[in-house]
Design a protein around this ligand. Structure first.
Ligand SMILES: Nc1nc2c(ncn2[C@@H]2O[C@H](COP(=O)(O)OP(=O)(O)OP(=O)(O)O)[C@@H](O)[C@H]2O)c(=O)[nH]1
Length: 242
């Protein structure tokens, strides 16, 4: 739950060391805040810029794992309160090690950047796309009806399949992704870890089934795990009725 935010009075006796923060922003291509240096408005812009920077993945500009975890917690709360369906997709580039081994790490980075671009362009502005590992991405799709899940995930997979990434000596690289997905259990309190684990299970299954495919957890009642039921009905007497 969001905590109330109170303005903090400035302490005139404590000089602020801002050089490193400003250097970090300059190094990341973020312009210095406008206005009078040290004023409250200036400080707020500085803080906002640092928060933004600490939420982004440096290679792709997508949300990073930290921002993803925060968004995941917020989404779980929202689903439990509103009952709206929300889908989590996890996508991993297939045989990515071969790209690095054959074409070099720089080409590998280009592929990661290009795939990130496709993922970001394939979803709605309200969806959150994050790079959560080396060649692994996660997408949270709030308010995504069950019937659209497969279509959305399949569209993303196909768009990556069509991608051609230019690399040294005029060649173009083609890659594929495997995608796993799971819906947040509606009206049931879940945890970020459990939701992610269910999507990951589908990703492993997609890899094991041959890669370059989408597998979503079936949306039957059975998708509410025992652990999630325990979180909702934290009493043994209720569990017997489920
Ligand atoms: N170029 C580049 N490579 C990375 C980065 N992060 C991780 N990697 C590499 O990504 C590769 C991931 O390989 P694996 O986990 O073996 O998986 P894979 O080859 O994609 O095979 P499957 O996932 O089983 O299809 C490793 O070689 C890592 O070194 C990065 O930021 N840039």
């Amino acid at each position: 739950m969001d905590r109330p935010c109170h303005p903090i009075p400035a302490d005139e006796t404590l000089p602020l060391r801002l050089d490193q923060a400003l250097q970090l922003l300059a190094h990341s291509g973020v312009p210095e805040p406008h206005g009078e240096r040290g004023s409250t408005a200036w400080m707020q812009q500085l803080i906002d810029a640092l928060v933004e920077l600490s939420s982004r993945d440096a290679l792709t500009g997508l949300s990073n794992r930290r921002a993803f975890q925060l968004a995941l917690e917020r989404e779980i709360d929202r689903v439990a309160r509103s009952g709206e369906p929300a889908l989590m997709l996890v996508a991993d580039i297939d045989h990515f090690k071969l790209v690095n081994d054959r074409f070099g790490h720089a080409a590998g980075d280009e592929v990661i950047r290009a795939v990130a671009g496709v993922l970001a362009d394939s979803v709605r502005p309200m969806d959150l796309v994050a790079r959560v590992g080396g060649e692994e991405f996660a997408i949270i799709l709030p308010n995504c009806p069950h019937t659209f899940g497969q279509t959305v995930a399949e569209r993303i997979r196909q768009q990556v399949e069509r991608l051609r990434v230019p690399c040294a000596n005029g060649r173009e690289l083609a890659v594929s992704i495997s995608v796993g997905g799971a819906f947040a259990p509606q009206w049931v309190r879940s945890t970020p870890a459990l939701w992610l684990e269910r999507a990951d299970l589908q990703l492993y299954a997609a890899k094991a089934a041959g890669r370059n495919r989408v597998l979503l957890e079936p949306t039957a009642d059975s998708h509410v795990s025992h652990e999630e039921k325990r979180l909702l009905f934290d009493s043994t007497s209720f569990q017997d009725f489920i």
